[in-house]
Design a protein around this ligand. Structure first.
Ligand SMILES: Nc1ncnc2c1ncn2[C@@H]1O[C@H](COP(=O)(O)OP(=O)(O)OP(=O)(O)O)[C@@H](O)[C@H]1O
Length: 252
């Protein structure tokens, strides 16, 4: 069997003395969509931010344990190199306002001073925008600012920006929570396409969304990974009472 893309081993995260991720163990394989679900404040975003080492940017934040990306300990890599391999899409679409659509897609290269020929740039921009299902809508407006797009289009632009770097792993933190239902459906459809080429971890509050888009679901409660299972199994036959309580709406 091929090596897992991500292995999380006895992993903890703190803000000061407050432990918000508690002894998480998890193994992820390629070309899967994994949903991370759980009540507000249970540590979903913090966990995601540990995977690309953004957590440590907060003063007083610390971690313990291991996260291996293709067998390599991410806490022994340079955070900059790691973030080239682990893309992130945030809750609110955040294209760079001073950049054109074209430059936004290439932002990871531009900001890291990675030199490319004009033809390479054109090819990367077209490929990433096609994969993000945005090319047809913007191909004649590449010199316009990214902020001129609708919210759903801006989020697809942010996805294009992340996949332009050809990441091993794409992290999405509630990527549809600021979008209307039609844009949300568009992004969910896109996730199914993206999984052919990428491994995705999506934090979501929305159980229906987790059920629709993911192959596996991780249920967090008060910092603990309570249950990690194929999505259908987790929703139809949860093993833990806390998962059962959550999916039947006994707490939110
Ligand atoms: N910058 C911070 N400094 C201190 N504590 C924080 C910080 N960010 C989050 N926390 C705390 O860490 C815990 C986990 O927060 P986190 O945002 O990871 O949860 P979440 O499950 O993603 O919540 P939500 O679904 O509401 O976004 C919470 O108790 C929160 O108050």
């Amino acid at each position: 069997m091929e090596r897992p893309i991500l292995e999380v081993k006895h992993f903890h995260a703190w803000f000061g003395t407050h432990e918000v991720v508690k002894n998480v163990n998890l193994t992820l394989h390629r070309n899967e969509v994994v949903a991370v679900m759980g009540p507000s404040g249970c540590g979903k975003t913090t966990f995601l931010r540990c995977i690309n080492r953004m957590h440590e940017l907060t003063p007083e934040a610390r971690t313990e344990g291991q996260i291996l990306l293709e067998g390599e300990d991410i806490y022994r890599m340079s955070p900059i190199m790691l973030r080239l391999r682990v893309g992130m899409v945030f809750q609110r679409p955040n294209p760079f306002p001073h950049m054109t659509i074209y430059e936004n897609v290439l932002a990871g290269y531009l900001l890291n001073n990675i030199k490319l020929s004009r033809s390479d740039k054109d090819a990367i921009v077209e490929d990433a925008l096609r994969k993000a299902a945005l090319w047809e809508e913007v191909k004649n407006n590449l010199k316009k600012k990214g902020t001129f797009l609708s919210g759903g289009q801006q989020q697809r632009l942010c996805i294009a920006r992340a996949i332009a770097m050809k990441p091993d792993l794409l992290l999405l933190d509630e990527p549809t929570s600021a979008l209307d239902p039609i844009s949300t459906a568009g992004i969910e459809e896109l996730l199914q396409e993206l999984k052919k080429n990428y491994t995705l971890i999506i934090v979501t509050h929305n159980m229906q969304q987790a059920a629709r888009v993911s192959d596996e679901t991780a249920f967090f409660y008060m910092g603990e990974l309570v249950e990690f299972a194929p999505t259908r199994q987790l929703f139809t036959a949860p093993k833990d009472q806390r998962t059962q309580n959550y999916i039947t709406g006994r707490f939110s």
